[in-house]
Design a binder for this molecule. Structure first.
Ligand SMILES: NC(=O)C1=CN([C@@H]2O[C@H](COP(=O)(O)OP(=O)(O)OC[C@H]3O[C@@H](n4cnc5c(N)ncnc54)[C@H](OP(=O)(O)O)[C@@H]3O)[C@@H](O)[C@H]2O)C=CC1
Ligand SMILES: O=C(O)[C@@H]1CCC=N1
Length: 250
C-alpha cells in the first residue's frame, strides 16, 4: 500500500511506519521501532499486524490514535466489534487489499459499520492510488472477500506456475514456458478486464470448433474439477479468517 501511494506521488514524509524490524523501506518515510517513544498522534492509522498479535499490541496501538481517529484494519478475520472493543474512540473501518496495491491494481474491499457518504468520499480519495474500491455491505462477507481478493493473488501465481510446468511437460524449455505463461496470463487478464464480453464469452471465442482449445478444455472442465478445487480453496481460506477472528493462532 505504501508503495502504491508513493508511486502516486504522495510525499514520503506523510507516512510514519511503526514496525520493530522492517527494513528496505522507501527513503523519506518516518520509521519508528515502536510507538513507545513516539509523541505524535495520528488521524488515520492503518493496522497491518498479524491478527494473532492484536491483543498483545492493542495498548501500544491505542497510544498512536488522535481523538476520533480513523483506524483502518487490513487484518484478516478480525471483526469491527473486536476492533472497537480495543479502540472504543476510533472510527473503525475494515479494508482488504492485496499485493497489487503497489501498482495501483488491487481490489479494495471496504466495510464500515457506520457508513455514510462523507466517509465513502474520504476513503475513495485515500484509496484511489491503490486500485478499485468495492464497498461491502455485510461484514459477514469480509472473510470471503479476504479469500478471493486478499489471498487470491497466491492462487493465481500457483496457476501460473502450473502453466509453466505444463508447458515444460509439453516439451518447452522451462524459461520459455515461464515467459509464455506469464505473458499469456497478463494479456488474458487485461483483455478480460477491458472487454465487454464475460470471461465465459471470451473462452468461447478462443475455442475453435474441433480445435486445440476444445481438446484442452475437455480435460480442464472434466467433472468440474477446477470449479470444485477453487470452491474448496476459497472455502478453506474464508474459514481460516473466521478462525483468526476467534483468536486461533495455530
Ligand atoms: N500479505 C498480504 O498480501 C495481505 C495481508 N493482509 C493482512 O496484513 C497483516 C499482515 O500480514 P503480512 O504482511 O502478510 O504479515 P507479516 O508477518 O509479513 O507482517 C506483519 C508485520 O507486523 C510486524 N510487527 C510485529 N510486531 C509488531 C509491533 N510490535 N509493532 C508493529 N509491527 C509489528 C511484523 O514484524 P515481525 O516480522 O517481527 O513479526 C511484520 O512486519 C495480516 O493481518 C494480514 O491478514 C491483508 C491483505 C493482504
Ligand atoms: O494470508 C493471509 O492471512 C493474508 C490475508 C490476505 C492475504 N494474506
Amino acid at each position: 500500500m505504501l508503495r502504491g501511494w508513493l508511486a502516486a506521488d504522495v510525499p514520503p514524509a506523510t507516512f510514519h511506519i511503526i514496525d520493530p524490524v522492517a527494513d528496505n523501506l522507501p527513503e523519506g518515510v518516518h520509521v519508528h521501532r515502536s510507538s513507545a517513544a513516539l509523541d505524535a498522534r495520528f488521524d488515520i492509522v492503518i493496522l497491518g499486524i498479524k491478527p494473532q498479535l492484536l491483543a498483545e499490541l492493542a495498548p501500544e496501538i491505542g497510544r498512536t490514535l488522535a481523538p476520533g481517529a480513523t483506524l483502518i484494519s487490513i487484518l484478516a478475520g478480525t471483526t469491527t466489534n473486536t476492533l472497537s472493543a480495543y479502540f472504543p474512540d476510533a472510527r473503525v473501518i475494515r479494508l482488504m487489499p492485496n499485493l497489487a496495491a503497489a501498482i495501483g491494481k488491487s481490489p479494495l474491499g471496504v466495510f464500515a459499520p457506520h457508513d455514510d457518504a462523507q466517509q465513502r468520499a474520504e476513503m475513495a480519495s485515500l484509496l484511489a492510488p491503490l486500485g478499485a474500491v468495492i464497498w461491502i455491505d455485510e461484514e459477514a462477507h469480509m472473510d470471503a472477500v479476504t479469500a478471493l481478493a486478499g489471498s487470491g493473488p497466491a492462487f493465481v501465481y500457483r496457476f501460473i506456475d502450473a502453466l509453466t510446468q505444463g508447458g515444460e511437460a509439453a516439451g518447452l524449455p522451462r524459461t520459455i514456458a515461464a515467459q509464455l505463461a506469464l505473458a499469456m496470463t497478463e494479456g488474458a487478464a487485461i483483455l478480460a478486464a477491458t472487454a465487454s464480453e464475460t470471461p465465459t464469452d471470451l473462452a468461447r471465442r478462443v475455442t475453435s470448433p474441433g480445435g486445440t482449445t476444445a481438446a484442452g478444455l475437455a480435460v480442464l472442465d472434466a467433472d468440474a474439477a477446477l470449479n470444485i478445487l477453487m470452491t474448496d480453496t476459497l472455502r478453506a481460506a474464508r474459514d481460516r479468517g473466521a478462525e483468526l477472528a476467534k483468536g486461533d493462532a495455530t
